[in-house]
Unconditional design. Structure first.
Length: 216
């Protein structure tokens, strides 16, 4: 009986976790020129008075990050827009949802809703992805990025291969030179010198003139 209760509790927890994940991430599909409302999917704790709600747009590559859109102090503070925001937008009534009138293809993307919690409470965030069905897809750009990654990987592999070949060749050359030096250094002292070795030895002492002198 206890095992069944534990299994049921685990299944219930898994279901609740799945629902929570679905609430935190949402996709809104629309068309160009429509008015879109993006729901704040941040999971708030009941009974907690959050300080502010803020909306950001997630910037894509090559400069990923968050671009601030607007903010409002809760529960009924004025709406403030971040510096540089040119697009018309506002919060819907007394809710935390954002309204984007007359959307264009540049509005598509991922948006983040941030709830600033009071002291002792965690901040909450949720994401909403806006998809406009009549806008061209980003397939060619994604393929170009993939080709660039593959090309860079091939170049790195070639550079690594050249380095390994050069390193092996250098190691072999140094090894052969070391063996030659060791062979010269460890010749037996009692071994008779051959003609080649004798020719390389310089005779010390006064030089004897080869010219014939006539004494009277």
């Amino acid at each position: 009986m206890t095992r069944q209760i534990l299994s049921l509790s685990l299944l219930l927890s898994l279901c609740l976790w799945t629902l929570a994940v679905e609430e935190e991430s949402l996709e809104v599909r629309s068309v160009v020129s429509a008015n879109c409302t993006l729901q704040c999917t941040a999971r708030y704790t009941p009974g907690v008075q959050y300080l502010a709600v803020r909306w950001y747009k997630v910037s894509d590559a090559p400069d990923p990050g968050l671009s601030g859109l607007l903010s409002r102090k809760l529960p009924n503070g004025p709406t403030q827009w971040y510096v540089g925001v040119q697009r018309e937008m506002d919060l819907q009534g007394g809710t935390r949802d954002i309204v984007l009138p007359n959307v264009t293809c540049s509005d598509r993307g991922t948006y983040t809703c941030h709830l600033a919690g009071p002291v002792g409470q965690q901040n909450r965030e949720g994401q909403v992805t806006l998809t406009l069905t009549d806008c061209p897809t980003d397939g060619p750009t994604e393929m170009t990025d993939a080709y660039l990654v593959i090309f860079a990987s091939v170049v790195l592999l070639l550079a690594l291969l050249i380095f390994l070949i050069s390193y092996k060749s250098l190691t072999k050359t140094l090894g052969d030179r070391s063996k030659t030096l060791q062979k010269v250094a460890f010749l037996h002292p009692n071994k008779p010198l051959d003609e080649k070795d004798l020719q390389s030895i310089k005779i010390l002492g006064p030089k004897v003139s080869k010219e014939k002198q006539l004494w009277v």
